[in-house]
Write a protein that binds this ligand. Structure first.
Ligand SMILES: C=C(CC[C@@H](C)[C@H]1CC[C@H]2C3=CC[C@H]4[C@H](C)[C@@H](O)CC[C@]4(C)[C@H]3CC[C@]12C)C(C)C
Ligand SMILES: C[S@@+](CC[C@H](N)C(=O)[O-])C[C@H]1O[C@@H](n2cnc3c(N)ncnc32)[C@H](O)[C@@H]1O
Length: 360
């Protein structure tokens, strides 16, 4: 009798501890994803590992990444694999922001997002485009702040579902619209939007010119476009093996067909017809390091690793989740090294205007 009571109590304690470790400690945000809900996005659970291997096979055939037609599929596969982990461990905004002393990561993220819409100067009710919207963290902050009508586009169907769900929960359905599509060939008429922004998304385009010219096409003459670009900075040397290693690590862990130099951004914008209004690397001092948040998360990553291993072992999370989590763990290190050495920036800001009259 005493034995069975002890057994019962121990089992209760173990179950309680597991619940606390996985469900309470797990979510990044109060209303975030739970570890027990980790999935492979639109990929069925049994195909997650195959898709992870397929993702890596792109890097064994680098020529294919250079082919524009293959890149959206490769990026789509990547976001099926990482979207839930990002939401669980980071939140609903899939980007970095400078650390702001005395402010939480959540507030610093929102301030960085609001700055984008303030730069494009839109009025309540006007239509704006979010090129590469993720699950819509920025879109909701921007719609709430500006009262503009935001249309987001993402290549990943699973993100569309997540974004719509979050928009509904936030009561922002009337201001936020999400479509699944390729930002290299958007399902919008010419001159549709009163402004456009893109946060850490155009880096996935094999050729920046293609996405910029498509954004230019759908914007109204005289309207503004702002982008936060992932770039290598003036400190990057391609004859330095350490630099090359860090940049290659960032490309592989973030589904990038090839990082561009900061020099290419304004040149490309002008090539497609934009006037460049302003260009500034928002990571440069006096901004505080954006990579602080990645470094401080290390303990949480270990806890997440244990959670993912347990959940995969008991069949709650798909089998390849551990591999995907490992890949992100290594990526966090490459990104931190990129930030600390100053050779990489995820927030090279460019503000452009579509001229009232297109030049010849
Ligand atoms: C703009 C892009 C994504 C940028 C960031 C949002 C993500 C880049 C690396 C990601 C992460 C790395 C480590 C993960 C950790 C091991 C896990 O336990 C919890 C999630 C991470 C913190 C994850 C979160 C998102 C990132 C910071 C790219 C893709 C263009
Ligand atoms: C790092 S996430 C950033 C998401 C969002 N801007 C944010 O900050 O939360 C990059 C986004 O770009 C989208 N993306 C990448 N390539 C795309 C393409 N060819 N067409 C449409 N969306 C694309 C991805 O699906 C993803 O939503």
């Amino acid at each position: 009798m005493v034995d069975s009571v002890a057994l019962f109590c121990t089992a209760g304690l173990v179950a309680g501890a597991l619940y606390w470790f996985i469900c309470v400690l797990g979510p990044a945000e109060r209303k975030g994803k739970r570890a027990s809900d980790l999935s492979g996005g639109s990929i069925s659970a049994e195909k997650v590992r195959d898709n992870y291997n397929q993702y890596w096979s792109f890097f064994r055939r680098p020529k294919e990444i250079e082919t524009a037609e293959k890149v959206p599929d490769f990026v789509d596969t990547f976001y099926n694999l990482v979207t839930d982990i990002y939401e669980w461990g980071w939140g609903q905004s899939f980007h970095f922001s400078p650390h702001i002393p005395g402010k939480s990561d959540k507030d610093a993220t929102r301030i960085h997002e609001e700055m984008a819409v303030d730069l494009i100067n839109v009025k309540p009710g006007q239509k704006i485009l979010d090129a590469g919207c993720g699950v819509g963290g920025p879109m909701r902050a921007i719609a709430a702040h500006s009262k503009a009508q935001v249309t987001g586009i993402t290549i990943n169907e699973y993100q569309v579902q997540r974004a719509k769900l979050h928009n509904k929960k936030a009561g922002l359905e009337s201001l936020c619209n999400v479509v699944c599509g390729n930002f290299l060939k958007m399902p919008f008429e010419e001159n549709t939007f009163d402004g456009a922004y893109s946060i850490e998304a155009t880096c996935h385009a094999p050729k920046l010119e293609e996405v910029y010219s498509e954004i230019y096409r759908v914007m109204k003459p005289g309207s503004l476009f702002v982008s936060y670009e992932w770039v290598t900075t003036e400190k990057y040397r391609d004859d330095d093996e350490e630099h090359k290693d860090v940049i290659q690590g960032i490309e592989r862990g973030d589904a990038l067909p090839g990082l561009r130099s900061y020099k290419d951004i304004a040149a490309t914008a002008m090539k497609v017809g934009f006037e460049v209004v302003k260009e500034k690397d928002l990571a440069k001092p006096p901004s505080q390091p954006w990579w602080n948040r990645l470094k401080m998360g290390r303990l949480a990553y270990w806890r997440n690793h244990v959670v993912v291993v347990i959940l995969s072992a008991i069949g709650v999370a798909p089998k390849g989740t551990v591999d995907v989590h490992d890949m992100l763990f290594k990526t966090a290190d490459y990104l931190t090294r990129g930030g600390e050495t100053g050779i990489f920036s995820p927030m090279h800001m460019i503000l452009c205007r579509k001229p009232e009259k297109a030049s010849e």
